[in-house]
Design a protein around this ligand. Structure first.
Ligand code: HEM
Length: 358
């Protein structure tokens, strides 16, 4: 994946930049910018709630009908990060953003799959008109220059947009797939939400501290969603010894997040969707060490706090207002994900009802 992906993006933003001073500067710049534009402050909650109004509107138009939620969640996640990075949101039908989101959801599949493996392994096929060429067309090229060039700025913005959209929306899609098909879990979340938010007009991120069950469900969704199964590939920067194994400088390292999120011995119920994985005997929320969907170490996800805020506010706000129902004619749910840099649930339909309490 690494090579194929790097060739598509000659000016590397943050995600694929080599470890070193350039990456460090750009990571610091991205984090400072996110903070300056509201990350960790109430204004970020306001942005998420603003966007939720459009999501709620889309759902209200589909009351008692079946709707395909893929585009809705991609647009919501895309708009939240667009508001931070570009200072604007896009209409759900806007052609420009439709093309951008489609390009990088396609690239997330093309650049980590059978065609990418062939591309990496067999250099002589790189010039043939095979499907991986689509990934190159989807990315506009630029020249490399100083660490803070205009091209770098564009790549950083695109990195944040890509990293912040496909991940959050696919996690939400997995979440609602499970909430619909485990209605007793959905109902228990709604009870807790109603109790904690009674008399309040909207949820705040701090409310999570009074919602251990909802917290457990969201974390279990992230564990099961396994949204970035092989994290981002890394490389040793010096000769290293780990548990007696000698790893030479320059060795490709593929972090296997799938394995740690499903490891027998780390989880009470490794092979089922069960919020008990995050609850102790007193029903309190606990986060096992093996929970690392955002990876770990200096390269770990820099959008973690934004992603956690989005997941909490979106799930709580939507469950407070709506019941999500697996349509009677939809057959048995298929939980097998579609493989890529990010895992995506197979497309599905959801039925929406306004809750009696609303
Ligand atoms: C549920 C949502 C998300 C998940 C599961 C997720 C997961 C990950 C993972 C596994 C990595 C690779 C870490 C590594 O290389 O070891 C990563 C990197 C990254 N993520 Fe996220 N992410 C999410 C949301 C976001 C959001 C909302 C943003 C935007 C603000 C974002 C921005 C980034 C960036 C810029 C990197 C590269 C960091 C670096 O190389 O220094 N992510 N993410």
């Amino acid at each position: 994946m690494l090579y194929a992906f790097c060739v598509t993006t000659p000016v590397l933003g943050v995600i694929l930049a080599d470890y070193g001073s350039g990456w460090r500067d750009h990571r610091r710049f991205a984090l400072t910018t996110l903070r300056n534009f509201g990350l960790g402050k109430n204004s970020m909650e306001d942005r998420i709630h603003e966007e939720l109004k459009y999501t709620i509107n889309t759902l209200e138009k589909s009351i008692d009908k079946s709707l395909s939620p893929q585009r809705m969640f991609h647009n919501a996640a895309s708009n939240i990060i667009c508001q931070v990075v570009f200072g604007t949101r896009f209409d759900y039908e806007d052609e420009f953003i439709k093309v951008i989101v489609q390009c990088f959801t396609e690239n997330a599949k093309i650049s980590n799959g059978p065609w990418a493996m062939l591309y990496d392994s067999l250099p002589m096929i790189r010039y043939l008109p095979l499907p991986f060429n689509k990934a190159f067309e989807n990315v506009k090229r630029g020249d490399d220059g100083s660490s803070f060039s205009e091209e770098h700025l564009i790549m950083n913005a695109l990195d944040l947009h890509f990293a912040g959209t496909d991940t959050t929306s696919n996690t939400l899609l997995t979440g609602f797939l499970y909430l619909m098909t485990y209605p007793h879990i959905q109902e228990r979340c709604q009870q807790e939400i109603d109790e904690v938010l009674e008399g309040k007009d909207r949820a705040t991120f701090d409310d999570r501290n009074n919602m251990p069950y909802v917290q457990a469900v969201i974390h279990e969704v992230q564990r099961i969603a396994n949204t970035v199964p092989l994290s981002v590939f890394h490389c040793t920067t010096k000769d290293t010894e780990l548990m007696g194994y000698v790893i030479p400088r320059g060795t490709l390292i593929i972090p296997n997040l799938t394995s740690v999120l499903n490891e027998e011995g780390q989880w009470k119920f490794p092979n089922e969707f069960n919020p008990e994985n995050f609850l102790n005997d007193q029903g309190e929320f606990v986060k096992p060490e093996a929970f690392m969907p955002f990876s770990t170490g200096p390269r770990m996800c820099l959008g973690e706090s934004l992603a956690r805020m989005e997941l909490f506010l979106i799930v709580v706000t939507l469950l407070r207002k709506f019941n999500f129902i697996w349509p009677e004619d939809a057959g048995e749910p298929d939980y097998t994900p579609v493989y890529g840099v990010t895992l995506t649930p197979k497309p599905y339909l959801m039925k929406v009802q306004l809750r009696a309490t609303q």
